[in-house]
Design a protein around this ligand. Structure first.
Ligand code: IPD
Ligand code: CA
Ligand code: CA
Ligand code: CA
Length: 267
């Protein structure tokens, strides 16, 4: 099968599953969802619906494409038999979900031979489905997305996020304290996937975070890249849990050069 056709089909399926999971979450979200368990730290929470959404997504993938591998935040890595792997964050922004802050997303990325070729990010409370296919642009409601360009660092609105461990947060707080005086302002939206889509849509100019996981940025990183943003790590490395940095070329380098000497692990 032609690569483009296959990637279109994968994107279509990812988008349909992200929408169905979003509808289920909206229908079943209680007024006050309960924390079912904590994971890496007391602030790292999971609700019953994080698990239920991932189960629904895995069931739909298995029905349509039983040979594919799946990596999901809640269910781990399930090996497959072919070259396709689905990378799933059933709710990105669980803390927002818990409190009713209307920014949380179902994020589904699709890898072929280890490279993300399609991504769907459904910001469920806002009814916004962001999609991207490799080489096919980034889209929201039938409109092609373009990130902001030509913004200097001192006029940049910069989104960031914080991991869950207290030690990591202490360091992230020190870094952000150095960034605030150098930029227009900082936003902490609570969903890595939505932050990256916000760069794509020009709602912020840049985003950086140390400690984001692959399922947080797999789909949305493609959305941002297809909207013209550069997505990478520090010192020429690709994105990794060490660093996700995203902005239009030019601003990317300015923010990069600000972060490198501040970054305690000197990536
Ligand atoms: C978290 C969100 C948050 C980011 C954290 C992620 P979760 O994902 O994306 O914005 O700062 O690093 O772990 O736990 O809500 O899926
Ligand atoms: Ca996440
Ligand atoms: Ca999650
Ligand atoms: Ca989580």
């Amino acid at each position: 099968m032609d690569d483009r056709v296959r990637e279109e089909e994968l994107l279509d399926l990812a988008a349909r599953i992200a929408e169905e999971a979003g509808q289920m979450l909206l229908a079943k979200r209680p007024a006050r969802p309960e924390v079912l368990a904590t994971k890496s730290s007391p602030t790292d929470v999971v609700t019953a619906l994080d698990r239920a959404a991932e189960e629904l997504i895995r069931a739909r993938i298995a029905e349509a494409r039983p040979r594919d591998a799946v990596l999901g935040e809640e269910g781990g890595d399930t090996p497959g038999e072919g070259v396709v792997r689905w990378v799933v964050d059933p709710i990105d922004g669980t803390v927002n979900f818990l409190y009713g802050v209307p920014d949380w997303a179902v994020s589904i990325g699709v890898e072929v031979d280890g490279e993300i070729v399609a991504g769907a990010v459904n910001n469920v409370p806002r009814g916004e489905l962001f999609t991207a296919r490799r080489g096919g642009g980034a889209w929201l409601r039938g409109e092609r997305l373009r990130c902001n360009t030509g913004v200097p660092l001192d006029r940049a609105l910069v989104a960031t996020g914080f991991g869950y461990g207290a030690a990591r947060r202490r360091v992230q707080a020190e870094v952000v304290a150095q960034v605030v005086p150098r930029v227009r302002d900082i936003r902490r939206g609570g969903s890595c996937a939505i932050d990256l889509c916000s760069v794509a849509a020009g709602r912020v100019d840049a985003y950086y975070e140390r400690g984001a996981n692959y399922w947080d940025h797999a789909a949305a990183g493609l959305v941002a890249a297809e909207a013209g943003a550069r997505v990478g790590g520090l010192n020429g490395k690709p994105v990794s849990p060490d660093m996700v940095l995203c902005a239009a070329p030019g601003l990317f380098e300015e923010l990069h050069d600000l972060l490198v000497p501040l970054d305690p692990e000197r990536d």
